[in-house]
Design a protein around this ligand. Sequence first.
Ligand code: SF4
Length: 364
Amino acid sequence: MTELNIIGAPAEAGAQGPKRSARHPGPLLSQGNTADARCDWTREEIAALFDMPFNDLMFEAQSIHRANHPRNEVQLSTLLSIKTGACPEDCGYCSQSTEADSGLKATKLMDVQAVLQAAAQAKDNGSGRFCMGAAWRNPKARDMPKLVAMVQGVRAMGMETCMTLGMLDEGQARQLADAGLDYYNHNIDTSPENYANVITTRTFEDRIETLENVRNAGINVCCGGIVGMGETRQDRIGFLHALATMPHPESVPINALVPVEGTVLGDMLKDTPLAKIDEVEFVRTVAVARIVMPQSMVRLSAGRESMSEACQALCFMAGANSIFTGDKLLTAANAGDDKDALLLGKLGLTPMMAQPHGHLEAAE
Ligand code: SF4
């Protein structure tokens, strides 16, 4: 196994613990570490993490989790689709693309009041963050006043705000930042090499450009991807490597593909062994994400409704500390508030309080 240096473990950690050997590697970070997160991970190091014995990997991930986050707290987010369907992009996993034959009914951008009503309900259900998603390649200038009003209204309720609207130029990012947007979601989805197999209407570099505009405007970044799209472990390594070598996103959603009939990937994977990600591999992906991005919130997103409670519990053990609640994730089914409350109760996990003033310093 490659020797690993996880976020600069204190030198004495190895001296106090059992000595590591190839056969019985000792703890990599048994004392935890809140040092600055590394952005110089190599693919070899990340591959070695994936290869660790499962129990060792879980131990490391949970140690790092406890050193960087409140233990047993899970941040609850609610996601609302504020404009559904008819998206000109061709993301192979998405039922909202015009390329998909999913029978989804397209809707216009919602009214501000209706969005605020949904946010108030989410708050009553315990959500600390309200995420608003629109199926666009990018927002138009005429949409911006409504979007700004939505951000201002949700923020006034004391919730964290998040939006996902497609590509943003610098000016749009600044407008949303000025309105008080806390987070912007823009996923890289998969490894740079696999990107063109999933989406052809934009490039990996387009994604990076929007992420830079968002970060430069002072908005926290929410960026992750999807596993179970038929990709290889090398792609999962490349995906986490891309995330861990940029300024770490504050939130990292890890989705398990929900294969929807009529979508390119849903039809391609149907009735194949690849139609469902192996749960152990999924948990490994979450654990590696926690280790390489120790201070980020790692979010279990789409696909959670089809996971067993045991698998979700392992994901929390691996360092996931955020979930989407509610019955729907944009257009896909989600676990639902009651089920979530039961599961969190069973596991002794409690909701994390919202911190709606956590803006980054905007770049000049
Ligand atoms: S994932 Fe987003 S950008 Fe891609 S097709 Fe769906 S709505 Fe459009």
